[in-house]
Design a protein around this ligand. Structure first.
Ligand code: UFG
Length: 332
């Protein structure tokens, strides 16, 4: 059964695209290439450049390929950018997703997997976050995803559509086979920034806040390997195909590492003692965000294979080295 992957040229979407292709599942990709990379999608995979809000394009692609399954990654994903440009985020995430849902339903799509985020929970003062906890986002990004979840829930209830929403925690690392990875140059995410500092691409790394009520004063997050995130999507598809009911599931490992832990691991794996500066807190950062991931394991049978910070960092570093080598070659 062919699967439409929206945002398949992006970081997480490209991992899912490869995983499906590795399984022998036909895949079709739509990506507007605003943040994705055309070269992330191999030439043998049908690729359409455009917005998921383009009903004519999406409708044509769904019909031409007889698609009944959509995995929807395409989105803007940077929390601080969403604070600066909320209406842009609501347009690209919420409004565009509404159009995609409508086109999908009009064309008989039956299964939908949607990329959501731990940012829907906002500031929670809790050891681990369960799906039953209140959703009160503190950023337009979080709201844009929560509103999309609500639309999907209501549309699925009114039509013949089942869905899985995966709320990602801190996705990091790269394809173990090094076919794809996080390629955004100005990425703000910690693991990417730290491996860039290790390779001298950034002069230093800042720790945003060292006075949190955490064991070492820096923020704690649930870093999950991108390959395990892709695996969760495959499990979600199999779950939906077996006719089971819609579900909203956290996508994390259920354990946390501090900013200092991550920096220590990047230094250990890279062998580079890059400069680290202690800076003030970054606006909107909760002290601790760790998933309760029991539902994902129980309902989808998800069994992660890369739950190891060293592996996550090693893969992120190897990918960054590959990007750097490609730049050096093209500059010669
Ligand atoms: N951090 C630093 N220095 C850096 C970059 C990050 O100290 O150079 C810190 C942040 O302050 C934070 C932690 O590292 O405490 C993780 O920050 P990231 O930017 O890597 O990730 P966030 O936790 O802010 O965001 C992630 C996802 C979002 C999602 C959010 C939900 O990237 O998409 O989790 O909690 F919305």
């Amino acid at each position: 059964m062919t699967v439409l992957v929206t945002g398949g040229a992006g970081y997480i979407g490209s991992h899912m695209m490869y995983r499906l292709a590795d399984m022998g599942e036909p895949v079709v990709v739509i990506d507007n290439l605003q943040t994705g990379f055309r070269e992330s999608v191999p030439g043998n995979i049908p690729f359409y450049q455009g917005s998921v809000a383009d009903k004519a394009l999406v409708g044509r692609v769904l019909r031409e390929h007889g698609l009944k399954t959509v995995v929807h990654f395409a989105a803007s994903t940077v929390v601080p950018d969403s604070v600066r440009d909320p209406l842009g985020y609501y347009a690209n995430n919420t409004v565009a997703s509404r159009a995609l849902f409508e086109t999908a339903i009009e064309n008989g799509v039956k299964q939908f997997v949607f990329s959501s985020t731990a940012a829907v929970y906002g500031q929670l003062d809790s050891e681990v976050v369960t799906e039953a906890m209140p959703t009160v986002p503190v950023s337009p990004y979080g709201w844009s995803k929560l509103m999309t979840e609500v639309m999907l829930r209501d549309a699925a209830a009114a039509h013949d559509l089942n869905y899985v929403v995966l709320r990602y925690f801190n996705v990091a690392g790269a394809d173990p086979a090094m076919r794809t990875g996080q390629s955004t140059v100005a990425a703000t995410h910690l693991v990417k920034a730290a491996v860039q500092a290790a390779l001298g691409i950034r002069p230093k790394l800042e720790i945003f806040g060292t006075d949190y009520a955490t064991p070492d004063g820096s923020c704690v997050r649930d870093y999950i390997h991108v390959a395990d995130v892709a695996a969760a999507h495959v499990d979600a598809l199999l779950y939906l195909r077996s006719g089971r009911p819609s579900a909203i599931l956290n996508c994390g490992y259920g354990r946390g590492f501090s900013v200092r832990d991550v920096i220590g691991m990047v230094k250990a794996v890279s062998g580079s003692d890059f400069p680290v500066i202690e800076s003030p807190r970054r606006a909107g950062d909760p002290a601790r965000v760790v998933a309760d991931s029991r539902l994902l394991r129980e309902r989808l049978g998800w069994q992660p294979k890369h739950d190891d910070l060293r592996t996550i960092v090693a893969h992120a570093l190897a990918w960054e080295r590959k990007l750097l080598a490609a730049q050096t070659v093209s500059a010669v």
